[in-house]
Write a protein that binds this ligand. Structure first.
Ligand code: ADP
Ligand code: MG
Length: 139
């Protein structure tokens, strides 16, 4: 049986402000189990590859600059209905629109520097999880 997972990154804004622990605790409190986790700095090439789907968008170059300015914490999280449930936990892309108590409402600066990533489908969760982690790191 394949696990129901999502891929998250705690983004450079939140890591640099010392929110990593609080955000991980928020995930756990909301029922997510940590399957794999690491801190790393994305290279320009890796960031462009991860966000390739957005390469024609006007914010793409700024997004790459932001995502490579400092370390991120990447993690694979498991929960029933993981992708949808996690997007509820993190809130809307723009923290100004995010519901009270969501990670982005609590910790994000603005629509770009929005504290966390969450996968948008089961298919992409699987692709993104393997972007950061090899099979032996899933446990
Ligand atoms: P989400 O992360 O909620 O899935 P998207 O996939 O649409 O959002 O966008 C990816 C990331 O690009 C966002 O999390 C945010 O960091 C950045 N972004 C999205 N829209 C904008 C925008 N209008 N202006 C600046 N940055 C943006
Ligand atoms: Mg997205």
């Amino acid at each position: 049986m394949s696990r129901n997972i999502t891929l998250t990154m705690i983004k450079p804004d939140a890591v640099s402000k010392g929110y990593t622990g609080k955000i991980i605790d928020h995930f756990i409190t909301n029922g997510f189990k940590i399957i794999a986790m690491k801190k790393l700095k994305l290279s320009d090439t890796k960031a462009r590859s991860f966000y390739a789907v957005h390469k024609e968008r006007p914010f793409f170059e700024d997004l790459i600059k932001f995502m490579t300015e400092g370390p991120v914490v990447a993690a694979v999280l498991e929960k029933e209905n993981a992708v949808e449930s996690f997007r509820e936990t993190i809130g809307a892309t723009n923290p100004a629109d995010a519901a009270e108590g969501t990670v982005r409402k609590l910790y994000a600066e603005n629509i770009e520097r929005n504290a966390v990533h969450g996968s948008d489908s089961d298919e992409n969760a699987n692709i993104e999880a393997h972007f950061f982690f090899s099979d032996i790191e899933f446990c």
